[in-house]
Design a binder for this molecule. Sequence first.
Ligand code: UDP
Length: 236
Amino acid sequence: MVKYNRVLLKLSGESLMGDQQYGIDSQRLNDYAEQIKEIANLGVQVGIVIGGGNIFRGLSGAAKGFDRVKGDSMGMLATVINSLALNSALEAIDCKSCVLTAIRMEPIGEFYAKQKALDYLDKGYVTIFSAGTGNPYFTTDTGSSLRGIEMEADVMLKGTRVDGIYTADPEKDPKASKFESITFDEIYNKNLRIMDLTATTMCKENDLSIIVFDMDTKGNLKKVIEGENIGTLVHN
Ligand code: UDP
């Protein structure tokens, strides 16, 4: 039995690097594709947003002297590269998938429109939303909040390398403890940064709950879909 019928899965660009310093690790990409196929086969409608931080981020480009808006355009193009890579990995294992772009760039992907995306989801396509929101000064976390809300997803799944939200960074502080669930207000009050504030606020205001979980362990995505409490639930 699945707990969620339509989900928006957010994957960071950095997670695609695996153990590499840059770019896409094909093993990691294939692991993700397998996990995604597993839930698509259960009949779950899956929308995906992938970041671009493994290739380029506008903010770090600006620190090196790039114009911020051009840097953000480069970052959005990086998300398209990652989206095409995942699309290709899914198709290679016979999982129907398509890439929509927030910026017009046919024939690389179809230009995003809500109805088009819903049609693909209804037909069982894993639908990848690329190029973020299509605007500079935003992030793919905000892109995934936006698309998740537009798609009326049951939940946003934020796949990370950590298994939830902690009182402190568990990679630095051994005493850090994990929240099983936490409200958006607590996230603000405790100054916990799971996503940027724009993305968090969009989810709060539109009542889209988020589950932060470890996507790097095979089978975890399916566990989350089946309602197993392996991450941290963020809710109103
Ligand atoms: N970006 C943007 N507008 C958006 C989404 C992304 O300008 O709506 C740019 C921005 O420069 C960002 C980069 O694309 O740094 C890559 O996205 P992000 O940093 O969210 O990727 P992640 O951290 O998830 O890998």
